[in-house]
Design a protein around this ligand. Sequence first.
Ligand SMILES: Cc1cc2nc3c(=O)[nH]c(=O)nc-3n(C[C@H](O)[C@H](O)[C@H](O)COP(=O)(O)OP(=O)(O)OC[C@H]3O[C@@H](n4cnc5c(N)ncnc54)[C@H](O)[C@@H]3O)c2cc1C
Length: 327
Amino acid sequence: MTGILIYAEANGPEIHPISFELLGKARELAEKLGLEVWSVALGCRISDKASELIYHGADRVYIYDDERLRDLNVVAYKNVLVELVRETKPEIFLLGATPWGRSLAPRVAAALDTGLTADCIDLQVSENGKLIQIRPAFTGNILAHIETVSKPVMATIRYRVMKKLPRDVNRRGEIIVRRLEEIDCDGIKCLGKVSERGISLADAEIVVAGGRGLKKKEDLKMLEELANLIGGVVGASRPLVEEGWISKDHQVGFSGNVVKPKLYIACGISGSPQHLAGMRDSNIIIAINTDPSAPIFRHADYGVVADLYDFMPKLINYLKERTGKTA
Ligand SMILES: Cc1cc2nc3c(=O)[nH]c(=O)nc-3n(C[C@H](O)[C@H](O)[C@H](O)COP(=O)(O)OP(=O)(O)OC[C@H]3O[C@@H](n4cnc5c(N)ncnc54)[C@H](O)[C@@H]3O)c2cc1C
């Protein structure tokens, strides 16, 4: 029997949660298509994570645990995955649309000479048993339904759009530990990491996001201050990223991160469809905007019609007084 292969992303010893979401979806598809669910993880000191992948839906797990895979070398990872796919011939191969998955997937697809549908938000099975990959197109105005004719069908899936299954420690599966003779990096050598810091906007429970209502880069400090006070992280609309005020890690929206925090505070953001695509599922949305007709207010639970330069300092001072924190 052939299968659906899920790439379990590991950066360090932890498996990225998107891998469990993909396994959940793969289980659903596997029941409909009569396939098994397989998973593959590459990295260093990850062997003990194999059973977690089984508890979350995998029938079989391939593990490549090697000191030489400690660094995320995209060419080395691509070569290992391509070899595994050629050998095992899965029908479908899914990866997370994380920054790493987005870098890895097209290289694997090109080497296998197959298609790749990027950034899917859903996967369905058609009446004639084909996999339909659904992704926003034309800046999110339509949802394209895509069928790939080449094999394996490859897709990257956005983080936090699929549901993982409850962890079931009674599930049983096969763990295949692979040893690598040599690792082919095509001459690429990782000289070091530029920064260990990174924000995980997608996992944040509170996001304080700024838009073009901000007049200059330095004013983002105001958002940082509020975020620090309430345990949140700073997000941004795309124009701020394009201006170079803040890195793309912070961008919320269609071409940025999808967030589902408990609280989303939108400061000087109009609420374009592309921005809403990344935050409309937030639990509680507070919008601060001078324009009462701004579309963001149609999605906000609480709307503050005010100049953010007037409102934010007052809010920050109030919170400092109430909490005794200094941010
Ligand atoms: C292919 C494509 C992909 C895109 N992807 C994304 C994406 O991922 N994320 C994204 O955000 N955008 C994306 N965009 C851009 C998107 O179309 C909008 O241009 C963008 O979201 C607008 O950002 P904004 O709300 O910050 O700015 P604006 O639309 O200019 O809104 C600024 C708001 O601030 C308010 N304001 C002004 N001054 C103040 C003040 N002093 N106090 C309070 N409020 C004030 C104004 O009333 C206004 O509502 C994409 C566009 C395209 C074409």
